[in-house]
Design a protein around this ligand. Structure first.
Ligand SMILES: N[C@@H](CCC(=O)N[C@@H](CS)C(=O)NCC(=O)O)C(=O)O
Length: 232
């Protein structure tokens, strides 16, 4: 059985957005898997994989430690299951979406919810989380998140490329059906709804409807996890 290591937060919140990319990819491929939740500070449990971060995926002899590498591995190892990328061109384009997400979308989300992540983190991880994040931002988490109501428009603008495509009638980032690029962008929303009650989207935003479609996939797989009610 495939094993996936991910983060355990307070009240069983599974708040690692990168692990959600792997979770959705596994469901897309129709593969059965077991999840091992661990603390952010528990580096021992993933030392076997030479990793200090999750997700970590173990499939027999194969061990992968980065969400992008995991997706590429699943596509290569399970070619007869539904494709995540839709061929070589799709693979290249999805890599661009993955980088856009890591460099722009994630950066737009972070300052809106990072203080809330502290509360969603496991109590034993909070000191480490605050210390590492405040070092990265150069400010307290409270300062970073302050005034977010006025800054949510930055996220709105960042998401314009997908919003415009949805307005043109495209149901998913990948077209008529979801693929890995959808799971990458969705992972950011899933992270946000797991850690924060803050409203990110208006109900009439086409991105809101897309998020609903994503939450409905695989019998409401992503909807079922412990999260805040983000309905408008
Ligand atoms: N590039 C990696 C990033 C993974 C990552 O940053 N994971 C976070 C959790 S969402 C983590 O485990 N961080 C460990 C730490 O901060 O010590 C991927 O795509 O998988």
């Amino acid at each position: 059985m495939i094993q996936l290591f991910e983060l355990l937060g307070a009240e069983d919140r599974r708040y690692s957005q990168f692990s959600w990319r792997a979770r959705m990819a596994l469901r897309h491929k129709g593969l059965k898997f077991e999840i091992t939740p661990l603390l952010l500070t528990d580096k021992e449990s993933i030392a076997f994989a030479n990793s200090t971060s999750v997700p970590v995926l173990v499939d027999g002899e194969a061990v992968h430690t980065d969400s992008w590498d995991i997706a590429v591995y699943l596509e290569t190892a399970y070619p007869d299951a539904p494709s995540l990328f839709g061929g070589e061109i799709g693979l290249g384009l999805t890599r661009v979406v993955n980088s856009w997400c890591d460099r722009a979308v994630n950066v737009a989300f972070g300052p809106l919810i990072v203080r809330d992540v502290l509360d969603a983190a496991h109590p034993d991880d909070r000191e480490y989380f605050r210390e590492t994040m405040e070092k990265m931002f150069g400010r307290t988490l409270e300062e970073v998140q302050e005034g977010r109501e006025a800054r949510v428009k930055n996220l709105y603008r960042t998401l314009d490329p997908i919003r415009t495509s949805f307005r043109k009638g495209q149901a998913y980032v990948c077209g008529e059906a979801p693929g890995y690029a959808d799971y990458v962008v969705f992972s950011q929303f899933q992270w946000a709804r797991i850690v924060s009650p803050f409203k990110l989207l208006d109900a009439d935003d086409p991105v809101f409807a897309w998020r609903e479609r994503m939450l409905d996939l695989f019998d409401g797989f992503a909807r079922q996890t412990v999260a805040y009610d983000i309905a408008a």
